[in-house]
Design a protein around this ligand. Structure first.
Ligand code: RM4
Ligand code: MN
Ligand code: MN
Length: 432
């Protein structure tokens, strides 16, 4: 059973009516400014309206650190509540039409009911995520020393089985991809044979790959460290690319922005993966130190813009053979997760819109002439353009809120949910 409170479409319309005159003014002014350099604002607005990013089901609950988790009020208690929050985010932003589920966290005895609620709420299901980085109460073998790469064949088989079960659940939901992130690695030099562990990974993944339906993909997610701190089996995009290539055309690489060493040129990795036809998708977030799971663009918005620059450039050149899957992967420890996810989805739209504004002919000329200053200036001209009116207008036209966070706060959604979802006594550390 989910709660009953929903933000009414008429409430959104009422709030929008107040904000619309100013929005129109700003939109028209921006339209004139862009027209001076030959850009039709309507083209960009349409592109923004067509942009979608999946909400991670685990992101709507309050996150935590290794030290503590400070629960918020009205938190979702199960996957059905999570879908309800995801639908609220979509209703207000119109930028998040899908949800990415994580098993067994989102396990429900009736998966058809989950699918049905998704349908009712107008939500689709993006990639399903497996979890072999924790032990479940009823499992025989422990993942303490690894899962798909474990030295013990029975443990590997159990992890493979779980991934196949995720595919089965995903089929019912209408998902078209499985995302595999493993925490396998080592904490001590010599603890693990690098090559043998990688070979065991490939063998396990081959069994999973063989179970993928024809129209499915598997996304491999690499991560440099954590929880293993000396080495990680799928540590970087090179290893990821190798594994995806060994497995075959349905296997592609997923780039989680927080999974690289600080200062890594992530946009270049994106360009490489596009060129090699192996870019599968993203887990967007931001970071300062490691896998911080901060809100997208909150620390380094320019990097996010540069990632979208590569994506738009590739799309323009016809170099994207398959549209990459866009997903958020964040942990919200000090904010209301619904607000953070709305702000993050809009942040992605903002950087995407700006990437669409880049004068590509001017950039290409600057590159040909080795005019480094003008090349950067071309990027900065787009990055410095305030595209807020485009985002607001795209939302308004699709039935969303001009000011999603404002309407959300005004509605008292969280307080309503606090009444409907009594607090659970259990407090725990960690991300879930
Ligand atoms: C990992 C990784 C995975 C996510 C888990 C919760 O660091 O980013 O994508 O499923 O965290
Ligand atoms: Mn991730
Ligand atoms: Mn992560």
């Amino acid at each position: 059973m989910t709660g009953t409170y929903r933000i009414a479409q008429s409430d959104i319309a009422d709030q929008n009516a107040k904000a619309l005159p100013a929005l129109k003014e700003d939109y028209d002014a921006l339209g004139r400014k862009l027209a001076r350099s030959g850009t039709d604002i309507e083209t960009i607005t349409k592109a923004v309206a067509g942009f979608g990013v999946a909400i991670p089901s685990w992101g709507v609950g309050t996150g935590g650190t290794r030290f503590a988790r400070f629960a918020g009020i009205g938190e979702p208690r199960n996957v059905l509540d999570k879908l309800e929050d995801c639908a609220t985010i979509q209703k207000l932003t119109r930028a998040t039409p899908t949800v990415s589920l994580h098993f067994p966290w989102d396990k429900n005895k009736d998966v058809d009911a989950v699918k049905q609620l998704g349908d009712e709420l107008g939500l689709g299901f993006d990639a399903v995520n497996s979890n072999t980085f924790q032990d479940q109460a009823d499992q025989k073998q422990s993942y303490k020393f690894g899962s798909l790469t474990h030295t013990d064949a029975a443990t590997r088989a159990q992890a493979v089985e779980h991934n196949i079960e995720c595919i089965e659940l995903g089929k019912v939901l209408g998902s078209k991809a499985l995302t595999v992130w493993i925490s396998d690695g080592s904490n001590f030099a010599g603890q693990q044979h690098f090559t043998r562990a990688l070979e065991r990974y490939l063998e396990s993944m081959k069994t999973i790959y063989a179970k993928l339906p024809a129209d499915w993909q598997v996304f491999i997610e690499h991560k440099m460290f954590e929880p293993a701190f000396y080495s990680t089996v799928i540590s970087d995009w090179g290893t990821n690319y190798w594994a995806a290539t060994q497995l075959g055309p349905k296997a592609r690489c997923l780039v989680d922005l927080g999974h690289h060493a600080p200062n890594t040129n992530i946009e270049q990795i994106v360009a490489r993966l596009i060129h090699f036809k192996k870019l599968g998708g993203f887990h967007f977030n931001d970071s300062k130190y490691g896998d911080d799971d901060l809100d997208a663009g909150s620390v380094n918005p320019f990097q996010l813009f540069l990632v979208f620059n590569e994506l738009v450039d590739a799309a323009d050149r016809g170099a994207l053979d398959v549209a990459p899957a866009y997903m958020l992967d964040q942990s919200h420890n000090v904010t209301d997760p619904v607000e953070s996810l709305m702000a993050s989805a809009m942040e992605l739209q903002r950087r995407y819109a700006q990437a669409c504004l880049i004068d590509r002919a001017r950039l290409e000329q600057a590159q040909a002439e080795n005019d480094a200053l003008m090349a950067l200036d071309t990027l900065k001209a787009a990055f410095n353009t305030d595209v807020s009116p485009i985002l607001g207008m795209a939302r308004h036209r699709s039935g969303g809120a001009i000011d999603p966070v404002g309407v959300y706060r005004w509605s008292g959604y969280r307080r309503h949910k606090a009444n409907e979802r009594p607090a659970q006594a259990k407090q725990s550390a960690g991300i879930v």
